[in-house]
Design a protein around this ligand. Structure first.
Ligand code: UTP
Length: 472
């Protein structure tokens, strides 16, 4: 009784008394459930979020002074750099072999644009065998462990909304050949959803509407879940961070890992050369000497279009959410406490109205808050950027059709496989317009990178137009 009175007072003080609107109708277990959810909320923080994010326009203030960030080109540009790249790639291979590099996929998103039921990692993507994203990653990790004669552990971040299904997928598929003890699945936090006027929404009479706290939540979740502690026990020093929707990811890239380690960076990134000023990628900038990403929507138009005398864009590098993060950086952030900024997204959020009726909005009606992992870049003492060719490493599956869809990602996988084979001297049929005239899938166990094909040439059959080829 006292507890509910205190809760009522607390909610009134923070303008959220409506959370108890259905209290009288709830059974005792449902009351406990609601009280527990309310008890987990930090209302002082929530007041700040409402003032700073919920009630403010979507775009963030950009720093007063910034310049394009420096990056490494994918090919060394002079003899000295050539030596450095060779040294870095060697070091990268040594670090992987020594078990110091872990794979880390963020898979806690809701994948609303794709509209696929269940975890996005279950989406079938490979061009011939229709393997899922999770299976491709698992096979890549198994192949890297074999190639480097080590055990590469895999950390999977889920959200409370897809944790159970993700665990079930991995379990029922026998971890796709990996050892169960080397696959750690954990959950990120959630944040409450708001109406435009800053009221927390109820998903049900006893349930607060919540959504995952963004991929930036990974830096806390890795720590809170015990994943970082597990890495420490295993001797893992570097985390290879990637998104669940990029089947082209090169999880164990010796050059990237090695450059990051050689330069003693704490959090590094891969970058793409933008195809056009309007391309929707966060832009790598330098602010007071720190690498910072400015969202494409926040970069003023004239800067997005600004060109160098040679015609290239001044702000030419976009972020593709591929990072190497040093484990000790995650420990340091968490030990001293940190808070990444939140970003506001206006979304369709099902909720109950004051009469208790379920509303499934047709139009965006509420606000979700998320933190972004790249906002940790300026907190790193050192951060390098390595450019990567788009065709090699970035084919995101975001939408059901069109740009960044399963179809475009599959085409990119086929095109990359064809290019790898051709660079190894294998003839690949092409149509008059230059596109690949066959369907090729290369299993990660067959080749993790194009150089691996050199030793496999005898097991590659002749490829004819319209063939379906699976190399495993
Ligand atoms: P997206 O920004 O594409 O979001 O996530 P999403 O939720 O998957 O998809 P939409 O916007 O609803 O269509 C990029 C990556 O970050 C992960 C996603 O799983 C994906 O790998 N992510 C995103 C999380 O792990 N947690 C989150 O809270 C948000």
């Amino acid at each position: 009784m006292i507890m509910i009175e205190n809760t009522k007072k607390l909610l009134e003080k923070h303008g959220q008394a409506h959370l108890l609107a259905f209290w009288q109708q709830l059974t005792p277990p449902k009351r406990q459930n609601l009280l527990a959810q309310i008890g987990r909320l930090d209302f002082a923080e929530i007041d700040r979020w409402i003032a700073e994010y919920v009630k403010k326009p979507e775009s963030a203030a950009i720093p007063p002074d910034f310049a394009p960030a420096k990056s490494y080109h994918f090919n060394p540009t002079d003899p000295e750099q050539k030596r450095k790249y060779a040294q870095a790639a060697d070091l990268g291979r040594q670090l992987i072999s020594a078990g110091k590099v872990a794979a880390f996929v963020v898979a806690g998103g809701q994948g609303t644009r794709l509209g696929f039921p269940g975890p996005k990692g279950n989406f079938p993507i490979s061009p011939v065998k229709n393997k899922t994203l999770f299976q491709l990653f698992a096979e890549t990790i198994a192949a890297a462990s074999k190639k480097y004669r080590t055990v590469c552990p895999w950390y999977i971040m889920t959200s409370p909304l897809n944790y159970a299904e993700t665990v079930e997928t991995l379990r029922s598929n026998a971890y796709f050949g990996l050892n169960e003890k080397d696959v750690l699945i954990f959950q990120q936090d959630t944040l409450p959803n708001f109406s435009h006027d800053g009221k927390i929404l109820l998903a049900d009479k006893d349930t607060i509407a919540c959504s995952p706290d963004g991929h930036g939540g990974s830096l806390k979740a890795l720590y809170k879940s015990g994943a970082v502690e597990d890495m420490k026990k295993r001797g893992v020093e570097f985390v290879s961070y990637f998104q669940v929707d990029n089947p082209l990811i090169n999880i164990f890239d010796p050059l990237f890992i090695g450059l990051h380690a050689l330069d003693k960076a704490e959090m590094s990134s891969k970058a793409l050369l933008k195809t056009a000023p309007e391309e929707k990628l966060g832009i790598f900038c330098s602010v007071d000497g720190n690498v910072t990403i400015i969202e494409y929507s926040d970069l003023p138009d004239e800067l997005a279009h600004k060109r160098n005398p040679d015609g290239s864009l001044v702000f030419e590098f976009g972020s593709i959410a591929i990072h190497i993060i040093t484990r000790s950086f995650i420990e340091k952030l968490n030990a001293k406490g940190f808070a990444l900024p939140l970003h506001k997204a206006v979304k369709k959020i099902p909720h109950i109205d004051p009469q208790g009726n379920l509303v499934k909005p047709e139009q965006p009606n509420g606000i979700k808050l998320e933190s972004f992992v790249f906002d940790a870049l300026p907190l790193a003492s050192k951060s390098i950027i390595l450019e990567t060719p788009r065709s090699e490493e970035f084919g995101p599956v975001k939408n059901a059709a069109g740009v960044d869809s399963a179809e475009s990602a599959r085409e990119m996988l086929i095109a990359r496989n064809a290019a790898w084979l051709e660079s190894a001297g294998v003839a690949v049929p092409r149509k008059p317009d230059g596109s690949v005239d066959c369907i090729i899938e290369i299993a990660p166990g067959f080749a993790l990178e194009k150089d691996d094909l050199k030793t496999k040439l005898n097991s590659i059959p002749e490829i004819k137009p319209a063939d379906k080829i699976y190399l495993a």
